[in-house]
Design a protein around this ligand. Structure first.
Ligand SMILES: *Cc1c(COP(=O)(O)O)cnc(C)c1O
Ligand SMILES: [Zn+2]
Length: 423
């Protein structure tokens, strides 16, 4: 059972959790759970990610076998000349006991977050999503009965499905891109009884993603030298760094932080651009010129966050700096080839974002940045979309409302209120 208090990394103030995602003193920092349990404990009576319940930001557990699965690569590793390549697979691949039916590591965020919501507040969470996050929350809502409101760009509506019929999800489609879905979500959050899920600021979300590092260490026996991941917000990179610090304090798994190696998809690479310039700030005109156009051109739309938690205290810049991290940028073509190469050697289909990460590893190895004998953790953050269709009937979530380019959010709020009152 996870016992914890939240702490601000700036002023060090501690607060009990009431679904609190901001420092009460208004600091620009990510609140971090301080867990009572200081040792890395694996609760064998649970399955999946809740084996790591002592370091998850909720008290109770969810009955699920969903979790990240780490294995030593016998194919891709030798093929690339790497003697210690470990793959953490966060997707659907039952042959390897990987049971994230929504096929991405967003499910690792949704499970503890919905549990935290159940424990801390009666308000309904609003999740703005480019697709994968919305699907993960819809699935968890369908199984738990905990309601959720989701806003997505209209173009992403097909990516919102569940494996169980549900009327607990209110889905809003918004004309425009991910930023428009976020803007509409912010307006809906002005309603009484609706609160933002919190994104990177939600510690339950970060520690849920951080279970990838915990699972890897439980398999490897020590911290890896490198952690590779493709990033849009960079929350997964922050999470890996936060968990690694806890593992170092435990004392049994090494004393050196894994170096983060994070990648983005050309032409939308704001964090790569800022980090290569050695800057803590993202300057929009320099780092993401013509953003609207660029976000439409990447093969991995989940990597197109225009407002990532990069500068904030405890955010991506701090995580990269603390770990002597690196970043690189990958073209659609490189990602596509790397994804096919991975599937050929490891035998499962990938999310386009995970293909970016594979290409990033190949580029880093070619450049001699990662040593061939170092322990490398490659986080495959999504995959198994073809595989899941063999086992499940996927049910699309019907939108409850739509917001066009010129339409006001007011009408939609009235519909949401009716849905809330009828529950
Ligand atoms: C969201 C997502 C990412 C990026 O994750 P962040 O750590 O939040 O930047 C990478 N891969 C997949 C499959 C995703 O859904
Ligand atoms: Zn503070």
């Amino acid at each position: 059972m996870g016992e914890y208090i939240l702490q601000c990394p700036v002023c060090k103030a501690t607060v009990p959790d009431q679904y609190t995602n901001e420092c009460p003193n208004g600091c620009f920092g990510l609140l971090q759970p301080q867990y009572q349990e200081k040792r890395f404990v694996i609760q064998k009576k649970h399955a999946g990610m809740f084996r790591f319940t002592d370091w998850l930001c909720c008290h109770g557990t969810v009955l699920t076998d969903a979790g990240p699965v780490t294995y030593r690569s016998e194919n891709l590793g030798p093929e690339l000349g790497l003697s210690n390549l470990y793959i953490c697979f966060s997707g659907y691949w039952p042959e390897r006991q990987a049971n994230l039916v929504t096929c991405s590591f967003k499910e690792l965020e949704a499970l503890p977050t919905m549990q935290r919501r159940l424990e801390c507040t009666n308000s309904i969470l609003l999740v703005a999503s480019a697709g994968n996050t919305g699907r993960a929350f819809a699935q968890v809502s369908a199984y738990s009965g905990i309601p959720v409101i989701i806003t997505v760009p209209s173009s992403a509506v097909a990516s919102i499905w569940t494996t169980k019929e549900t009327d607990n999800v209110f889905l809003v489609t918004v004309d425009g891109d991910y930023s428009d879905a976020i803007a509409a979500g912010n307006r809906i959050c002005e309603m009484e009884g609706v609160i933002p899920e919190g994104g990177a600021k939600n510690p339950a979300r970060r520690d849920g993603m951080g279970t990838a590092m915990l699972d890897a260490v439980s398999v490897i026996g020590s911290l890896p030298d490198w952690y590779f991941q493709a990033v849009g917000s960079g929350t997964g990179g922050i999470a890996a760094w936060e968990m690694a610090q806890r593992l170092i304090r435990d004392g049994r798994f090494g004393t050196t932080l894994p170096r983060l190696y994070l990648s983005q998809n050309i032409p939308f690479i704001p964090m790569v651009s800022a980090y290569h310039a050695g800057r803590r700030e993202i300057i929009p005109d320099t780092d993401m010129p013509d953003a609207e156009n660029a976000t439409g051109k990447v093969s991995a739309p989940v990597l197109t966050n225009r407002n990532p938690p990069y500068s904030i205290c405890g955010g991506v810049f701090d995580a990269l700096s603390a770990t002597r991290g690196k970043m690189n940028a990958i073209t659609n073509d490189e990602a596509k080839k790397a994804g096919a190469y991975f599937t050929r050697h490891e035998g499962i289909d990938l999310d386009p974002a995970a293909a970016v990460c594979v290409a990033s590893l190949m580029q880093a190895v070619r450049a001699g940045e990662a040593d061939r004998d170092e322990t490398i953790l490659l986080h495959i953050t999504g995959g198994g979309y073809q595989r899941v269709r063999e086992d499940y009937h996927l049910l699309p979530v019907e939108p409850g409302a739509h917001i066009g380019k010129e339409e006001s959010v007011k009408q939609v709020c009235t519909q949401i209120r009716q849905w809330m009152d009828a529950r």
